[in-house]
Write a protein that binds this ligand. Structure first.
Ligand code: UD1
Ligand code: CA
Length: 454
């Protein structure tokens, strides 16, 4: 039983960007999406996102049936922000407040906070900082929390306090509903401070407790591109640590970027500088060479992706050899033991088992059979300026170098195309088809020479 309120109305001026702050990405995903994911992991009754000016973009980016959207306009402080969410909350369940710009909080930490709050206490997530500047300070008396004082309202003694308010808290909702409308704004910032509910709870004799995050980065917020970059590195370090823990070999855990989901089998190895986007699956024994980009790709067991490959929405079969410098574009489906070598581009095509295109080729909108050899410089001419057409290359075909296949065209099973052929009609099976002028030799021909000067 839980309500979650996510505060996301702040402008984020220091990001110096048109994009609303909570849509800036960590690990390829908007910060707010991370916060929503951790909220959902807690299986709450309600999720309310408080959004502000320009929030239509936020709504459009993250719309989901389980989210209630509460607009806060103008933004008069964190207390005023939670007040906007109040009508959507279940009064019988406690309310957890999260920030849309604090993306890396772990569910375990929040569960601890929820546990200490129990049914009727106020629970604050706090942390000790060497540099507490800028944060609200936790004022205690004989160990008991009395109130929170904001940096701008604090005196010197209060500023010396190193225990700070992370902003995340759990409050009993019925009490919250009484406290929020009663908040004043007579403070240094003229804002309605959510933090003032602490003193109200203490005055009513409600227990106020604290819980603490497992790591400091869990409560780190983002106000600038520098802080965004810092959290991105922490997030990537965490992903790398999880991959290593899973048994993946990483040439350098500091030089991998996962901007989505990377699922690895046993004995996978990944060299430096690789970027993984969307959902990428690497089966057992796959190795990925340095500086590859893989987006929404599944790679079969034992396949090797050599250096500098770009793979997008493609399926690589078991034991395939890809690259170096190969490009697999959307709709590529490779069978087993397929070789796609340097400077070969494949798009919207299937290539069946044991076929090879080792050098400098373009295979687009084609179905390539088994044991086909595609010579260097082979091009499927799939586009006539208006429409795309398919090329069918049946099993056991041998295509000589520098061949153009003008689609739609079919090369029959076992056919051989001579080097340099421009194929405009179907090639029959098992025959040699070649389209080039016969070679001639001119006897007695002399190469021109410049007259000698002396
Ligand atoms: C707040 C806390 C402070 C805490 C700090 C942690 C208050 C009064 N202070 O400070 O104790 O140490 O967070 O970072 O709560 N927001 C809205 N609407 C508003 C104002 C803010 O949605 O009207 C959102 C912001 O988008 C942000 C979060 O609330 O996600 C916190 O706002 P911010 O201005 O960063 O909080 P501080 O005042 O710095
Ligand atoms: Ca802040």
């Amino acid at each position: 039983m839980l309500n979650v309120v996510i505060l996301a109305a702040g402008q984020g001026k220091r990001m110096r960007s048109e994009l609303p702050k909570v849509l800036h990405a960590i690990g390829g995903k908007p910060m707010l999406a991370h916060v929503l994911a951790v909220a959902r992991a807690l299986q709450p009754r309600r999720i309310v996102v408080v959004y502000g000016h320009g929030g239509e973009r936020v709504k459009a980016a993250l719309a989901a049936p389980d989210i209630h959207w509460a607009q806060q306009e103008p933004q008069l402080g964190t207390g005023h922000a939670v007040l906007q969410a109040l009508p959507y909350l279940d009064a019988a369940a406690p309310t957890l407040v999260l920030y849309g710009d604090v993306p890396l909080t772990r569910a375990d930490t929040l569960r601890r906070l929820i546990d200490v709050a129990a049914a009727d206490a106020l629970a604050l997530l706090t942390v000790q900082l060497d540099e507490p500047h800028g944060y609200g300070r936790i004022v205690r008396n004989d160990g008991a929390i009395r109130r929170i004082v904001e940096e701008k309202d604090a005196d010197d003694a209060e500023r010396a306090i190193q225990e700070i308010n992370t902003g995340m808290l759990v409050a009993p909702t019925a009490q919250l509903a009484r406290w929020l409308p009663a908040l004043g704004n007579r403070n240094a910032q003229g804002e309605y401070y959510l933090t003032d509910i602490v003193a109200l709870a203490v005055a009513e004799g409600l227990p106020v407790r604290s819980a603490h995050p497992g790591a400091q980065w869990e409560v780190q917020g983002v106000n600038s591109k520098a802080q965004l970059a810092e959290l991105e590195r922490i997030h990537q370090r965490n992903i790398a640590a999880a991959l290593l823990e899973h048994g993946v070999t990483l040439a350098d855990p500091a030089r991998i970027d996962v901007r989505g989901e990377l699922v690895c089998g046993a004995d996978v190895s990944i060299d430096v500088g690789c970027v993984f986007e969307g959902r990428v699956e690497l089966a057992d024994g796959v190795s990925v060479g340095p500086h590859c980009v893989l987006k929404d790709v599944a790679v079969g067991a034992g396949a090797r992706i050599h250096a500098f490959c770009h793979l997008d929405a493609a399926t690589v079969g078991p034991r395939d050899l890809i690259g170096p410098y190969a490009r697999l574009r959307p709709g590529t489906a490779l069978g087993a033991d397929v070789h796609v070598g340097n400077f070969v581009e494949v798009k919207n095509s299937s290539i069946a088992d044991h076929s090879k295109a080792n050098h400098l080729a373009y295979i687009g909108d084609a179905s390539v059979g088994q044991r086909v050899n595609v010579g260097a410089g082979t091009i499927t001419c799939n586009y006539d300026g208006a429409f795309k057409h398919r090329t069918v290359i049946e099993d056991d075909v041998f295509i000589g170098s520098d061949t153009q296949l003008v689609a739609p065209v079919t090369v029959g099973r076992g056919a051989t195309l001579g080097a340099g052929t421009t194929l405009t009609r179907d090639a029959p099976p098992d025959q040699l088809t070649v389209s080039r002028p016969r070679q001639v030799s001119v006897s007695g021909w002399k190469r021109p020479v410049k007259p000698k000067k002396d």
